[in-house]
Each structure stands twice: as structure tokens, then as C-alpha cells.
Design a binder for this molecule. Sequence first.
Ligand code: GLN
Length: 285
Amino acid sequence: MKETDIRKALQDGSSYLTRAGAETPYLDACLLLAETLSLEKEQLFARLSDPLADTPHDQYQALLTQRAAGVPVSYLRKRKEFYGLEFYVDQRVLVPRPDTELIVETVLEVTDTLPHFDRIHDCCTGSGCIAVTLAKLHPGIEVSASDISEPALEVFAINSDRLLSRQLETYASNLLEAVPGTYHIIVSNPPYLLSSEVDTMQASGWPEPRLALDGGDDGLDLVRKLAVQSKSRLHQRGYLMLEVADPQMETTVAILEACGYGDIEVRHDLAGRRRVCIGRNGARS
Ligand code: GLN
């Protein structure tokens, strides 16, 4: 008999995760205990003095142990919120990041001002957070998606089914190689970390798929290829929108310029970092 209550379990879990070096130990403990008890996090706080039985306590402990070993909370809860929607996630895909909401906002801005820009392709879609969100918020847009990883496309299908109750067109494809058709907008959050960064992350047990993170020596291998491939897949004046990291922005702009994109623009994320690079196909009309 461990004789514990919810308050004590949260305190103990939080101290354990603090010692393990977690960045947000109390929040993580709350989310994991809420998960164990099938409650919302807010409901936990109304029950702080409730006793915690041995079985859920053991389950909670097992989740804390995995979290301490570096498994993201989103993988343990099998879900992550993105743009107000709840996406299913597991180790087959990158966990959606809040920074990527900027691409969704940028697309919605363009489609609001140019309503005939209604064929959009999301390359390297992963969980589908960009494509499914766009299709959900803007049912008039025809959204398709691709990923080189078949397991990632299985996760995409789960999200498409849960959030849209239908399947979007998807292609298993190395970038745009097997993607047919032409588009008004091509968006991508491609793998853009440096191989050396991914080496370090994986050496410390980081569980996200390498394929979703590794962009080569300077992180921009896929950006270079995609900038070239998109030229022939975009309508005249169509948009290419790419997420990269702040220190890669000058090079990304130079890549788009060298490929002949015009009206190049850089957008900043909520932390003020340069995050999205936009270019338009063809000369200004
Ligand atoms: N933004 C992610 C990170 O910093 C990387 C995502 C990506 O490579 N597309 O971990």
C-alpha cells in the first residue's frame, strides 16, 4: 500500500523529472497523470486530495520512467495539439511543432486573397499537421500530401480519418518525384537539421525518425532539391513555402533566387526567429 494522493503523486513525479533534466517537469507530470486517469489536466487540479490507487500509480510511474529516458510526452500520450486540432502521433512521425503553424497561417492568407489558389500540395507531410489542418479549415481547397515514409503515411491516414472523416490524396514519394499534377501552392516542412545535430540527438536517445530530421551537412539538401522540382510543378505565379531554421535563412533565400523564384519573403515565428521562406514561380506579371 503506497498511500498516496494526486497532489503527492504530481510533486513526486515532478521532482523525479526535474532530476532527469526534463524542461517542463511539472507540466509533464500533470499530463502523464491525467493520461493515466483518463482525465483532462484541469480536472486533476479539482481532485488533488483524491487518493491514487496502486494500479494507476504504477501505470503513471511507468510513463514517468519513459519520459525520464527521453521519450516526448506527445509520444506517450499519442497526441499533440496543432492549430487547435488534436493530431494522433507516434514514433513513425515527427511531433508537430508550434513553429509550423506559421506555414498554415501563411497559406490561409494567400488563399483568402487569391481564392483561385486552391490546389495545394504538402511535401514531407509526416503526421499531416499542415495538410489536414488546411483541409479542415478551408474545405474548398484541394489538398494533397506526400511523404517518403510509408509508416508516416499510415499516421497521416489516421489523422485524415479522425479530423476530416475522409482521406486526402496522398503519395509515397521521394520529395515530388512520384507526385503528379501542378499546384498553386507547394508547402513543406522538410527535414532541415544538420546531420551532425541529428547524430548528437540520436546518440542521446532522441526517438524521432531520422528521416524526418536529417537535411544533410548544412541541413538544406532537401530544400535545394525541392526548390528545383517545384519549379515545374507550380503554376505560373504559384507559391513555394518552406520552413527552415533561422540560421539557414540567407542560404534558403539564395537557393530560391538562384532557381528563379521572385517576390521572395521571409516570415518570423512567434519567438521572432526567421522561419518560413516564400517565393513565387516565374517572372512578375
Ligand atoms: N523544428 C524541428 C526541430 O527543431 C526540426 C523539424 C525539421 O527538420 N523539419 O527539432
